[in-house]
Every structure is written in C-alpha cells, then in structure tokens.
Design a protein around this ligand. Structure first.
Ligand code: PLP
Length: 820
C-alpha cells in the first residue's frame, strides 16, 4: 500500500510524461506481476523488461481487466484503443526505484538495512522475530533484496509499522548505490563477507566497499571485527562514532564469548563499561551463532531490553528452506535445490541425495555454477563429486557447463538453456528415479521441478527433516548410549509418510522400526528400508509376506504362537518374534496366567527366536497414572524374568514410549519405543520447548467473497455473519483429514500470520474462514497447523489428542520433506 499518489505526483517522482486517457483517481498499489493484481482501479502496473519477458506484453490484457494506469518505456508504442493512462519514462526500473525512494521518505520510523555475503535473510528474519515482541515490523519477504525486490519490499511498509527491516544484495559493482538511496537505513548490519558472487568484482575489498555503500547515510553500522578485511574497510570508511563493533577479542564495543552445552549456547556480551548480558540460544553451530549475535547487538542498539530479547530468542523459528524432497511423477523422487549456485551447496545437495532410499538411477540436473574462480578447476571438481556420489546420469544446462562437458561421464547430456530442457522432458522421461535438480536462480529450475513433480491439490504437509533429527537426538540424549532406539512408524509414520521418515531414521542411526500391519512393513522393504522391522498386529494370512520380507511379528497369544510356530516348522525356517506382555493395557498380549503355557511353547518351537519382550504403559503421559505405571513396570519385570529363565539367549527388553522416556528414564532397559515425540509433540508437557515442530499442514485460498449482513455460509446455514464481512474458501476439507469438529469457530487457521476462524461447517474438500479483518487474495497460503499453531491446543479444542490429528491426514495430501 502506498500513500496515495496522483498522476501529476507520479510524473514528478519518476520524471515521466503521462499520455493517453486522463485518469483522475489516486494510485495506492504498484504491481509488476500481471497475475497478482487485486484492486484494479488503484493499481499502477510497471512494465519491467526482464531477461525472460517484457511486462508491456501484458498491457492489453490488463486494460481489459480494468487497470487504468501504466508505467512504460519511452519507446512504448501508443495505442489509442487502449483506454488508459501511460506514464512514459526512460527506464521503468529506475522509475520504480524512484517511487520506492519516495515511499521510503514518507516513513519516519527506524529502517534497518542488512547486507553481507551470507546470513542476511536469516539475520533479517530473526531480528524481525525478536523485535516483533515489542514492535510491528515490516520486512522484505523471503530474500527480496534486489533492484526490483527492494522496491517491492518498500511498498510493503505500512504507516502503522514501527520498524522496517530491509535486506540488500548485489551481484556486481555499481548496484548498491541505487539500493542505498531507496533503503536509506538509519541502522546498518554488515553480516560478513564470503566468496560467493565473486564474479562481479575485482577483489574482495572492492566487494566489501560496494556493499558498504548501503550505509552511506546510516547513523550506525553494526559489524563483526573478526574478519580482518571487513574491519579494515569499515574502519577506514566510517567515523568511529558511527560504528558498533563486536568481536571475540577485547577492544570492540561488545566483546562476545560463547559457551556451548547440550544443544544450547550461551552468548555473553560485555560492553566497554563492563556491563554484561548473557543470552541463551537453542543451537550450537557457528553460522547461527554469528547471525544471532548480529541480531542481539542490533536489538540492543535499537534500545530493546534484555528480557524481551531473550523472550524473542526463546521462540526463534527456522528460516528459509533450501533442500526439498518431493514426490515426482512415475514414483520418482525429486530433490529441489533450485536456489543453489555454488560448489559448497552442490556438495550439501549431493550428500542429501546420497541419503535417500535407493531408486533405479541417480540423476543430476545441473546448471552452470555462477561461482568465482577458474571454470576448468570448478568443473573438474564437480566431475569428481559426480563420480564419488555415483551419479548415473548428468544433465547439464548452460553454455559453460557445455563447454566443459568433457569432464563429465559419457552419459552427459547438455541443453543450452532451461527452455530447451523443458521441451525435451516428456511425462515419462523418468521412472522410479532419484533426481537432484540444482541450479542458480537465473536458470529458474523451479519450472523443471514443477514439470516433474506429482500434481496433487493445493494442500501440502511439509515435514522438516532437521526438526525430526533434532527430536530424535533429544530422545536419544535422554537414554544411555547403549540403549537402542526403536521408532514407531506405524500409521504412515504418524501421518508424516513412512518411507521417507523411515529412511531418514535409518541414516540417523535408529536401531529398529515398528509398524502396525504387515503391509506397512512390506511397503517399507519395497522402498529400500533395511532396518529390522517389528509388526505389531500381524495376521495369519500374512505369514508368507513376513517371511519373504524379513519382518518380525509380535506374538501376543498362545494360539498365535502355535500358528506361527507350526508355519515355521512346516517351512523349516527360523523367524524372529517379539512377545507382547500385557501388564494392564488389556488390548493384546500374554497375561500372567499364560506364562506357563508360553514357556512350553517356547520349548516346543525353537524355530521362533524371541528377539524381544515388551510391555506398553497405559498412562505414561499423565502424572495421575504414575502409580499404575510403576505397577506395570514392576509386573513386567516379573513376567519377563519368567521367560528369560527358559531362554538360553538374551532377548531385548523394553517398555517405554515417548512419554515413558521422559518420565521413567530409569526403566529404559535395552530399548525404548519412540513415537509421537519424534513428530514434535511432547505429551507430558515437561519438555515442550525442547522439541521442534516437524510438520506444517498448509493449503491455499481458492476464493475470497464479500458477504452482506445476514448472509450464511456453508451447509445447513451454520455460518453466520450478522454484520456481513469477508470469507475465504480453503482447499482442504474433512476428506483431507481436517476434522469436521473444527466447524463453527472451533478451529482457526493462520493467514499472513493472523487468525482466521472457521465459519460454518467443514465440507468434504473445502472449508470457509472469516477473513473480514485480513488482507487476503486467492492463492494466498493458509497454515492449518505448524509451528505457530500447536497441535496440542488444536486437539484440546475438539476434545481429541494430537495423535489423531496427525494420523488423520489423508494420503491425497502431498508430503514434502525439507532440510532448512
Ligand atoms: C504406538 C506405540 C508406541 C509409541 O507411543 P507414543 O506415545 O507415540 O510414543 C510405543 N509402543 C507401542 C506398543 C505402540 O503401539
């Protein structure tokens, strides 16, 4: 939203001349994307010329749509048939920037400008998260930091914002001055300098100097003194009283020391007057610590209090997803790495590829690497990586990679550009393959991903694999190093997608998996999972499959023991089994009265090896059942001893589920059985903040409607809007697993971070939400649950448990996995 501008004002700001029909209205929106225009009568469409397209091509269609105002290049041919006003300027991009600079000048509150080689998006996002505890923040979306991204970010600043955080990035000399004139930050943050994007600069010093232009008018600049070159350039150019430095060594405005302990880091900052602040952050890697130190110093410089900064740090969310695993056509799996442009990133992606479950072949689609250095050296290193990761097929896109194609294996195919690659991609180009798609942004490989991915409707369940790792490690730390971890991946891994999660667990070092039914185990085996798999509820009809796929059934009754024993004898095979001892659950399992018979059966059927003995607690999550839990554990201890006494080998013994691990660590025995905790829900409530949210269920808005007072919404007229308002229809319903009990205001979703309550009844494939107070349009994203909406709260709201919400998500919802 802009301050309203007349045509005369726009002429003055851009130095342009208006032609065509007179437009007497006021402009309050700027758009450069013809698909994203909502309010036609107040929008100025800026026709930019890009590498791919000329915005001017869309003008006739936009006039039909009702747009009345355009910013065009001087050479734009007038067309009297188009009834609209055209402001002609020498360069539409420069004019767009001039409007942005004007808009920026209307904002009188602090603007923070962030640049540097790495971490700017994360620093911006995290600073936003920390400051948002005290201020309403405007910030660049994602990494909108370019010549066009910055103006769009500035147009997002509203009068009510109290601080604006803007990121600036440049790829060659001479670009930053324009960004600096638009952003004009009061406070600057220079994150660091690295070697990426070096090709546009003569030297590192030149690159630093270019970036520093952002701060030409800044009152204060925050930087880390520990990078020698940065320190030199900064301290040469800026007067001492404009600088805020931090360093691991003494002598800076903030001397920083770092103490790591068990997944946490203490960051201690000491000022020159010896006042000290100790902050705690939930990670230990050095890149994150550097980023967060910038954030802390910036927050302190902006006058934030210690407690509110720490409160912000306690709720930091991960930023920016990079590597994404997506289901592809014909059972292929895609790794989406479409924002990568250097060797370091390629290595990470190849590593991720190598961790996926086996497929027919490994394919790499790679663009030119836009990286500094000598191409011959870079591509020979790429070739080595390809060899060492055993890539079967390499598809190169770009001229450089083509020129150096000799480095690559014979199977190397090359396309001069992405367009040509797309032309060659037929729907059956790949079958059951594992495909890494990695390329610099300019190659727009997202189009390749779109072409190859399975097209399912707009609802996705995103699974954060880093969070999964974090949670797994959290539980692993609760038990002794030699206690084994069995992970329950029953019910499609609690809805998360069994094969991908099982595979991830395999690489993380889980010892055992468990599924509910034989079919689930068979499916995991067919998808290349090699870990031992316990089947909780096998049936006689599945004995052949158990044997064929090396699955280990749970045996829970004397009758079942006999059947399986006879089967093993008849086929002359040895089978591993697990004995379920019922100590109070009373669903399946041997009771105390069966023990004598069980002993006889064990002796009678030596073909069945007892791999483990276990019991299951009925109320480990609830304090009120502590006495009963302890009784169960005691009972188990007795029962297992009876069995152990007749075995001449030692089976594993185990009893604890997720809640049990937390509550009764002294009973971890040989193994624990992790379930819901892995998926980020800590049911006892004592370690809630220690776990990370793993899954985010999202959908999109299909339509937005304005309703008159008294209108009703949905089936049975259950949704009421007595005063009228605005609703959005979302592409999710109870058939996707969105519980119908959320109807009529029981549930809500988040749109642009704001709560939109459910209105009326949830339908089969859709649901309507009240967005009267939210600025939304069709296509916008709605979060059903995730980090900001706790599953536990949602479950409470409709009288169920997080388990049910997770496992109800229909398989028609696409699962996407990412590493952030
Ligand atoms: C599902 C299940 C678990 C895991 O329980 P959580 O509460 O999800 O940790 C453990 N053991 C058995 C036998 C189960 O069926």
């Amino acid at each position: 939203m802009l301050s309203q501008l007349s045509i005369a004002q726009l002429e003055k700001i851009t130095g342009g001349v208006a032609l065509g029909q007179e437009f007497s209205g006021l402009i309050s929106q700027i758009s450069i994307d013809s698909r994203q225009i909502v309010q036609t009568d107040t929008t100025l469409f800026v026709a930019l010329r890009g590498a791919k397209a000329d915005g001017a091509d869309y003008i006739p269609a936009l006039v039909c749509k009702g747009i009345r105002c355009f910013l065009v290049h001087l050479d734009w041919k007038e067309n009297p048939e188009l009834k609209a006003t055209f402001i002609r300027v020498a360069d539409t991009r420069v004019a767009l920037q001039a409007i942005a600079a004007f808009q920026r000048s209307q904002f009188e509150k602090p603007v923070v400008g962030i640049t540097g080689s790495n971490g700017k998006t994360i620093v911006k996002e995290w600073l936003g998260q920390v400051l948002s505890h005290s201020y309403t923040i405007a910030k660049s979306p994602k990494s909108y930091n370019s010549q066009v991204g910055v103006p769009l970010s500035i147009f997002g600043i509203q009068p009510y914002h109290q601080v604006a955080l803007l990121e600036a990035g440049v790829s060659k000399c001479g670009e930053m001055a324009a960004l600096g004139q638009m952003i004009r930050p009061e406070l600057g943050i220079f994150t660091n300098i690295g070697t990426a994007h070096q090709e546009g600069f003569e030297s590192l010093g030149q690159k630093i100097n270019e970036k520093l232009q952002l701060f030409a008018k800044s009152k204060l600049l925050i930087y880390c003194r520990d990078q020698e070159l940065v320190r030199e350039e900064v301290e040469n150019r800026f007067e001492q009283d404009r600088l805020v430095s931090w360093s691991a060594s003494p002598g800076a405005d903030f001397s920083v020391s770092v103490k790591k302990q068990e997944g946490l880091t203490k960051i201690i900052l000491m000022k020159s007057d010896l006042s000290t602040f100790t902050f705690q952050v939930p990670f230990t890697d050095s890149a994150s610590i550097e980023n967060i130190t910038h954030v802390i110093v910036a927050a302190l410089t902006l006058g934030q209090r210690f407690a509110s900064i720490q409160a912000g740090l306690d709720h930091l969310k991960p930023v920016d997803m990079r590597l994404t695993l997506k289901p592809g056509l014909n059972d292929s799996l895609l790794i989406d790495d479409t924002y990568n442009n250097d060797l370091a990133g390629l290595k990470v992606a190849l590593e991720f590829l190598s961790q996926q479950r086996p497929k027919r072949s490994k394919i790499l689609i790679l663009s030119d690497l836009l990286q500094q250095g000598i191409p011959e050296k870079i591509y020979s290193e790429v070739a080595q990586l390809i060899q060492s990761y055993e890539i079967d097929r390499v598809i190169g896109v770009g001229t450089e990679i083509n020129r150096l194609g000799d480095f690559f294996p014979d199977s190397f195919e090359n396309f001069p550009n992405t367009e040509r690659l797309l032309q060659s991609l037929t729907p059956d180009a790949f079958q059951n393959d594992l495909i890494l798609i990695t390329g610099a942004r300019s190659f727009t490989f997202e189009r390749v991903v779109n072409r190859l991915q399975q097209r399912i409707h707009g609802t996705t369940l995103e699974i954060n694999l880093n969070a999964l790792t974090h949670n797994f490690n959290f539980f692993k730390k609760q038990v002794k190093p030699d206690t084994k971890m069995m992970v329950m991946v029953k019910a499609f891994a609690y809805g998360g997608g069994a094969a991908e999660i099982a595979n991830h667990l395999q690489t993380m070092g889980a010892d055992y998996l468990a599924v509910a039914f034989t079919d689930e185990g068979v499916s995991l085996r067919k998808q290349g999972i090699r870990l031992p798999i316990m089947v909780l509820n096998p049936v006689e009809e599945s004995f052949d499959l158990l044997r064929e796929f090396d699955l280990e059934p749970v045996v829970f009754s004397p009758e079942f023991f006999k059947k399986l024993g006879n089967y093993a004898q008849n086929h002359q095979i040895q089978l591993s089994i697990h004995l379920d001892l019922d100590t109070g659950m009373h669903r399946l399992g041997f009771e105390e009265k069966h023990l004598e018979e069980l002993k006889t059966l064990i002796a009678a059927f030596p073909e069945l090896t007892v791999a483990s003995l276990y019991t299951h607690l009925v109320g480990a999550d609830e304090e009120e059942h502590e006495e009963f839990s302890r009784f169960q554990l005691q009972q188990f201890s007795q029962m297992k001893s009876v069995i152990e006494a007749v075995l001449d080998y030692k089976p594993l013994v185990h009893a604890l589920n997720s809640a049990g691990i937390v509550r009764y660590p002294e009973f971890q025995m040989d193994m624990v059985r992790l379930g819901i905790g892995l998926y980020g829900v800590e049911v006892t409530g004592s370690y809630d903040s220690a776990l990370e949210s793993v899954s985010t269920l999202k959908t999109t808005i299909s339509q937005v409607k304005s309703l008159d007072p008294g209108a009703t919404v949905g089936y049975s007229r259950k949704g009421q809007l007595p005063n009228g308002g605005k609703i959005a229809t979302l592409a999710i319903g109870y058939a996707d697993g969105y519980d119908r009990r959320f109807s009529q205001g029981k549930g809500y979703v988040l749109i642009h971070g704001q709560k939109a309550p459910i209105i009326g009844n949830v339908c089969m494939d859709m649901v309507m939400v009240d967005v009267s107070k939210i600025d939304v349009k069709a296509g916008d994203e709605a979060i059903i649950y995730g980090e900001q909406i706790s599953l536990k709260d949602l479950a409470d709201q409709i009288g169920t448990i997080p388990y049910e919400l997770l496992t109800n998500i229909s398989t028609r919802v696409k699962r996407v996995y990412y590493l952030d």
